[in-house]
Write a protein of this length. Structure first.
Length: 161
C-alpha cells in the first residue's frame, strides 16, 4: 500500500504553497492578516505546481493599496507562450479598507514592517498571510534560541522519566 503524499494545511484549512520560515527568526510577529492576490493565468498554474518562493518578500502600502514585492513565482515552460512572464513582478493585494487603514497606522509606528508569512490555497483561491512584525535585534534572536533549547531539554528530561 502506498500513502498519498499530501501538502500541509494551514490554520485556515488550505494547502500551503510556500512558507517564509525565516520570518519567525528575523521578526517578532504581532498580528496576522489574510489577503487575496491579483494574479495572472500563468502565475496560477505555477502556484498549482508549487513553484513559488516568498522568503525575501515584503508588503508596501502605497496610495491606499497594498503591494507584494520580492515574491518569486517561477513560470512553467508550457504556461505562457504569448506573454513574457516576469517572475518577480509586484502583485496587488486585496484587503478591506478598514484593514488597510489599520495597517497604515501600524506601519507608521517605529520599527513595524509587513512581511509575507505563508502562501496557500483557500476555496480554490490563492491567499497570502501577512504579518505585522517588528524586527528582532541580535540579542533577541539569541534569547529566543536559548529559550527554544531549554524547552527541548525539559521535554527530553520529562520523556526520560
Amino acid at each position: 500500500m502506498s500513502k498519498k503524499k499530501g501538502k500541509k494545511s494551514t490554520a485556515s484549512g488550505g494547502a500551503q504553497i510556500a512558507v517564509n520560515r525565516k520570518a519567525r527568526h528575523e521578526y517578532s510577529i504581532e498580528e496576522r492578516i489574510e489577503a487575496g492576490l491579483v494574479l495572472q493565468g500563468w502565475e496560477v498554474k505555477s502556484l498549482r505546481a508549487g513553484k513559488a518562493q516568498i522568503t525575501e518578500s515584503y508588503v508596501i502600502l502605497q496610495s491606499g493599496e497594498a503591494w507584494l514585492f520580492g515574491a518569486q513565482i517561477t513560470p512553467l515552460l508550457s504556461a505562457s507562450t504569448h506573454v513574457s512572464p516576469d517572475p518577480t513582478r509586484t502583485r496587488k493585494l486585496l484587503l478591506h479598507n478598514h484593514e488597510l487603514a489599520r495597517l497604515i497606522g501600524a506601519v507608521e509606528r517605529k520599527g513595524y514592517a509587513l512581511i509575507a508569512l505563508a502562501l496557500y490555497w483557500k476555496n480554490g483561491r490563492a491567499k497570502l498571510e501577512i504579518g505585522l512584525a517588528k524586527g528582532k535585534k541580535l540579542h533577541d534572536k539569541r534569547a529566543a534560541e536559548k529559550d527554544r533549547d531549554w524547552a527541548r531539554q525539559k521535554e527530553r528530561v520529562l520523556k526520560a522519566n
